[in-house]
Design a protein around this ligand. Structure first.
Ligand code: HEM
Length: 200
């Protein structure tokens, strides 16, 4: 989704890694099966799946967010690969996040609960960004939208960072995984700021 800074290793266009999409689908499917058996009842399983689909999406998001800073700090094959494949990582993030949308829809349908207005407004806007960013993750859109493409993708990625940070912060005292992932949110922003300041 993001094509911010052009590092030498990322200039060469990578072919779509189909195995990455297969891996994301496999991780989402295995997580569903494991939670179905691990949780006592269907509703707890769906709630846990809602949580974990967002966490899986976040792990991909964190890799995209930190990719260019990681390449500067540790230039190696892995960080080069991350940068060369940011577009495809972005599409995998969108896929996992759409599964989060599916899971939360089922959760609210089976529990008769309704999400609060703040979640609907800010979460809904985040989904508008996710869909627009996924739809414009191609060379044609980059050429057509030019500066607006950059605005959309950079604005979107920071907005999503804000929603992830806010969501993990809300559960920080209830769940150790949420606390750990909040730390990752802060760490990747720290990396990004460090990268910007040292590139001045
Ligand atoms: C209308 C939109 C959304 C609704 C209604 C919604 C609803 C939910 C629900 C019901 C859960 C499970 C909470 C629990 O376990 O008690 C959840 C978890 C989560 N959601 Fe969403 N969500 C929305 C959009 C988003 C977006 C756009 C993001 C991120 C950009 C996001 C990130 C998360 C995260 C990170 C978790 C797991 C929190 C944790 O592990 O502490 N959600 N969401």
């Amino acid at each position: 989704m993001t094509e911010q800074t052009a590092h030498p290793q990322e200039r060469a266009k990578a072919a779509a890694p189909l195995w990455l999409f297969a891996l994301t689908v496999a991780v989402l499917a295995v997580t569903d099966i494991v939670l179905w058996y691990a949780e006592g009842d269907g509703i707890s399983a769906i709630q846990a799946y809602t949580r974990w689909t967002a966490r899986i999406a976040f792990i991909i998001f964190a890799l995209i967010f930190a990719a260019s800073s990681l390449l500067v700090i540790w230039p190696n094959r892995f960080t080069g690969w991350l940068n060369a494949n940011r577009r495809y990582l972005g599409l995998n993030f969108a896929l996992a996040h759409i599964v989060h949308l599916g899971a939360l829809t089922v959760y609210f349908l089976v529990t008769d609960q309704t999400p609060d207005t703040i979640t609907l407004v800010f979460g809904g806007l985040a989904y508008v960004f996710v869909v627009l960013m996924a739809l414009t993750s191609n060379d044609k859109s980059v050429a057509l939208l030019r500066a607006n493409w950059r605005r959309l993708h950079i604005g979107g990625i920071y907005y999503l960072w804000g929603v992830f940070t806010y969501t993990f912060a809300g559960n920080v005292f209830d769940d150790n995984v949420s606390a750990l992932l909040l730390f990752v949110c802060i760490a990747i922003m720290g990396l990004c700021i460090h990268d910007r300041l040292s590139n001045r």
